[in-house]
Design a protein around this ligand. Structure first.
Ligand code: ARG
Length: 597
């Protein structure tokens, strides 16, 4: 028998297989394996009960014959796992110390964890769309979640075996360029040498330009002029293209600094402008397939299969795939982008990370694309919109600066680092200043990330400095500290993580603390799997927090430096496995561990 990486999953498939050989079990039989109360065993299968009901049989008797068949099948080694029947027909599975010992020996290095986790997305080509900001604007706190959640999900997908393309679909072809170009020309704006100043200035120009053209009375016709600048740009006017290129360059340079800060590295940046010569095909095909229709000059799509977007719904708006003036829009570009991702990248799945205000857009996009791809017989990828809620300030309102402006990401990170520095200095006044700075840099950004990932992403969460930097509770500092503490245990024991990992002995856990810890370590696979199938990193946070807690109980109850060498080695091994899983899990969240804290 193999030492299953993910016992729940392996048991599930073995039980299904055995049920298949038994008369009367239905095709849909679900073994329903779940972690059980440790007093009874490690896992429990409840599915036989429902099956007995369906077959109108005595559940306990059915469970007995099922267990007999399992024993006969030879799938389970009685040395490693024992079975018993409880209550009306639950089947309990209990692992032996030998199974636990073999498990911690086998899954003790990060590579092996990754290999074993890489089944969910094995062989799948996935395009993930993030952070995809709009150009000509500085990145602010509103972009935090895209960076943090996008990166965690990208890492999870890769960890689960996906062949991943990070595609940064920047908004570099939108209507704002009309106003911006208009205002640049009107004011005779000259781009400064220093790109970092230019972006702030462009933002001001955009604000001023918008106010100018909207003041119809004072500046009649200005709005139309601005629109014309956009049309000229879209038609390839050389002067406007030059200005546009410069804006995009300035903007991308600034964004890249922020990406670096958050460890985000897109593989490709194919913004909206990349698709400008690819939208005509979309109009043509959608019309040919009779999916789109003309409406007062615009091209629109109704998706009747969903009442929310159906023609008959008075409150519904259609999916506008071409504007009245003939120009492309967000929808046309996204349709072209999807086709490109399938044709060029051969995507099996496309994951879009944006806030929840874009829900309708993506629903209509997916519905429209499905009809179009089916008619054209293009392979249709699985499409997922990973959306997230807002960040609220401590007053419960969307987070802003004192003056009511949007908080720049750079200043948020700076503040986190400063606050972390103060805390680290207080806790470790003896560490050299350089090291305290470096530790604070890691903790600051880790704390921001973790607080964001901790919540189920679909809900709003409240930003609180005190909470996110606390060393107790479910925070990044707490987990970083838990990991660093294990390294200090090794240092005190005169050994290291690497030295422990080299020991091949199979050592048997026996105390309650040891066994509880191994059980928790085994839960990593389920946490990763759930996080990856729902694309929700908070399952990893919850798991890591629980693991750190279980580790603390073990550490308090079982002295690591025991006189007995086997006991000592086993406990050091358990410390090492815990460290490795903490480190791997935090890495999935975009957080790197510290050697000292
Ligand atoms: N640029 C858009 C925005 O900032 C997000 C783009 C998301 N990706 C996409 N393919 N629509 O709102």
């Amino acid at each position: 028998m193999e030492i299953w990486f993910n016992p729940a999953q392996s048991l599930e498939s073995i039980l299904k297989k055995v049920a298949g050989t038994l008369e009367g079990f239905s095709e849909e039989f679900s073994p329903d394996v779940r972690a059980s109360d440790p007093r009874f065993g490690d896992f429990q299968a409840n599915g036989v009960l429902a099956e007995a009901k369906r077959m109108k049989k005595n559940p306990r008797e059915l469970a007995q014959s099922f267990v007999a068949e399992l024993e006969k099948s030879g799938e389970l080694d009685s040395d490693l796992v024992s079975m018993s029947i409880a209550g009306p027909g639950f089947i309990n599975f209990k692992f032996s110390p030998k199974f636990f010992g073999l498990w911690v020996a086998q899954y003790r290095d990060a590579e092996n964890l990754k290999k074993s986790s890489g089944t969910l997305y094995a062989g799948k080509k996935v395009v993930i769309d993030y952070p995809s900001p709009n150009t000509a604007k500085q990145m602010h706190v509103g972009h935090l979640r895209i960076l943090v959640i996008g990166e965690a999900i990208a890492r999870l997908l890769q960890f689960c075996g996906a062949d991943l393309v990070r595609d940064n679909h920047i908004g570099d072809w939108g209507t704002n360029f009309g106003i911006l170009i208009f205002e640049i020309k009107r004011t005779g704006y000259v781009f400064p040498e220093d790109d970092s100043v230019a972006l702030a200035e462009l933002e001001e120009l955009y604000k001023a330009g918008t106010a100018y053209v909207k003041d119809e009375e004072a500046h009649p016709g200005a709005f139309d002029e601005a629109r014309l600048e956009l049309v000229k740009l879209q038609q390839g006017d050389p002067e406007n293209l030059e200005i546009w290129k410069r804006i995009v360059k300035v903007s991308n340079a600034a964004c890249e600094k922020i990406y670096d800060l958050f460890g985000v590295h897109p593989d490709v940046t194919l913004g909206e402008s990349f698709y400008r010569d690819k939208v005509d095909r979309i109009y043509k095909e959608l019309c040919e397939c009779q999916i789109a229709e003309e409406d007062e000059g615009a091209l629109i799509v109704w998706n009747d299969s969903d009442p929310r977007y159906a023609r008959t719904n008075e409150n519904a708006a259609p999916f506008i795939v071409r504007k009245k003036d003939g120009g492309s829009n967000y929808a046309s570009t996204d349709l072209a982008t999807l086709l490109y991702r399938v044709e060029h990248f051969k995507a099996d799945e496309v994951v879009y990370v944006t806030d929840d205000r874009q829900q309708d857009h993506f629903r209509m996009l997916f519905l429209t694309a499905k009809r179009w791809f089916d008619q054209k017989q293009y392979p249709f990828p699985s499409l997922r919109h990973v959306m997230f809620g807002k960040i609220l300030g401590e007053n419960g309102k969307p987070i802003k600066t004192k003056e009511g402006g949007s908080i720049k990401l750079k200043s948020l990170v700076d503040e986190a680092t400063e606050r972390a520095f103060a805390i680290v200095s207080e806790k470790n006044p003896d560490l050299p200043e350089e090291e305290r700075k470096q530790i604070a840099g890691t903790i600051g950004i880790a704390a921001i990330r973790y607080a964001d990932l901790l919540q189920n992403r679909t809900i709003n969460y409240m930003f609180s400095w005190d909470r996110l930097l606390a060393f107790e509770g479910n925070t990044a500092p707490y987990l970083l500290y838990a990991a660093a503490r294990i390294l200090s245990i090794f240092r005190k024991a005169g050994t290291s993580f690497e030295a422990i990992a080299e020991n091949n002995d199979v050592l048997l856990p026996t105390t309650d603390g040891e066994i509880a810890l191994v059980r928790k370590l085994m839960g990593f696979s389920t946490a990763v799997q759930t996080a990856c199938s729902e694309l929700k990193p908070h399952y990893i946070c919850t798991y890591l927090f629980e693991l750190a807690g279980t580790f603390s109980s073990f550490y308090a109850a079982d002295k690591v430096m025991d006189d007995d060498v086997n006991t000592r080695n086993l406990r050091l091994r358990l410390c090492a496995n815990t460290y490795m899983i903490l480190k791997t899990g935090l890495h999935l969240l975009g957080i790197e561990t510290l050697n000292r804290m």
